[in-house]
Structures are given as C-alpha cells and as structure tokens.
Design a protein around this ligand. Structure first.
Ligand code: NI
Length: 166
C-alpha cells in the first residue's frame, strides 16, 4: 500500500461514513496495519491510502504484534477539554514536524472492526493522535492547523525537501 503525500487531492477530501464492515474492509485494515508499522507511524487514516472511508488505525506504542493496535470506524469526538501544544508529524508529510495545539482530553465514540460500539476518554499522545487522524478523515492535514506564518515557512521548507527527491 502506498501512503499518499501532501498535497495529494485525496488528503483534502472528506471521507464518507462506513456503512458495512465486510471482508473487503477487514482486508484493507490488515493492509493498512502492515503499511503503518513498516512506515513506523503512530496512526494511519483511510485518506492516506486513497480510501475515502471514515476509518483509521493507531498504535501509539508502535509495537507490532502486541494488542495495542486500535481500529476506529466512524469516529466522533463528542466532548473535549483543555488545550495543549506539542510537536506533530505525519506519514503524509515526511521529514516535517511542527507544534500543533489540540484539546488535552477528549471523549470519543466510534465502532471497532467487529462493529462493536466504543465510547472512551483519551488524553496525552492518544488524544493527540485521534484528533490528528480525525482531521485526516475530514480532509485536513496538520499543516492546515498551523498559523499563516508557520505555513509559509513550511512551504519553503517543503519545497526544499521535495526538491531533494527529484
Ligand atoms: Ni497524519
């Protein structure tokens, strides 16, 4: 599976609700999982692999084979509290990191890959990661969260990073 790189147009499109958890989706989740661990990411959203469905996977421990992998389908943040800034990166924006302000604690509703409804609180890195991935599902990259000044600095740096590859 290829990870789409910013500013790919699919990264800017909102994903649609998952209406059926079928074998095709389960296979896709398995492939996304392999791709995420290979890329050493904390999370991977549908948009990032060209799938415009509200689904993302996450493992903030980054340990393949343990039971820390979380699959969230049609996730929704139903409450949030506090503000905290910390550095973020993204598999779709390789080699670039920036401080992003996020809610400190969130209450999340979603379904897991078996269709079981979930409702849980998250904080710290997990809360940050969930907010980052839900942004992807709404067609936003963490770059969109930067101030206009930081975004213009990003564009300069990004054209250099991209230039290296050509
Ligand atoms: Ni990302």
């Amino acid at each position: 599976m290829n990870i789409l790189v910013y500013p790919h147009e699919i990264l800017a499109k909102p994903a649609e609700d998952v209406t059926d958890i079928n074998q095709e989706l389960i296979t896709t989740i398995d492939e996304m999982t392999k791709t995420m661990y290979e890329a050493k990411g904390l999370g991977l959203a549908g948009n990032q692999v060209g799938l415009l469905k509200k689904i993302f996977i996450m493992d903030v421990a980054q340990k393949e084979g343990t039971n820390d992998l979380i699959v969230l389908i049609n996730p929704l943040i139903v409450a949030k509290e506090g503000d905290v800034s910390a550095e973020e990166g993204c598999l779709s924006v390789p080699e670039y990191f920036a401080e992003v302000k996020r809610a400190e604690r969130i209450l999340v509703e979603a379904f897991d890959q078996t269709g079981k409804p979930l409702r849980f609180e998250a904080e710290g890195l997990m809360a940050r990661c969930i907010q980052h991935e839900i942004d992807h599902l709404m067609g936003h990259c963490f770059i969109d969260r930067l101030s206009p000044l930081k975004r213009s600095l990003f564009r300069k740096k990004w054209s250099k990073i991209k230039g290296k590859e050509d």
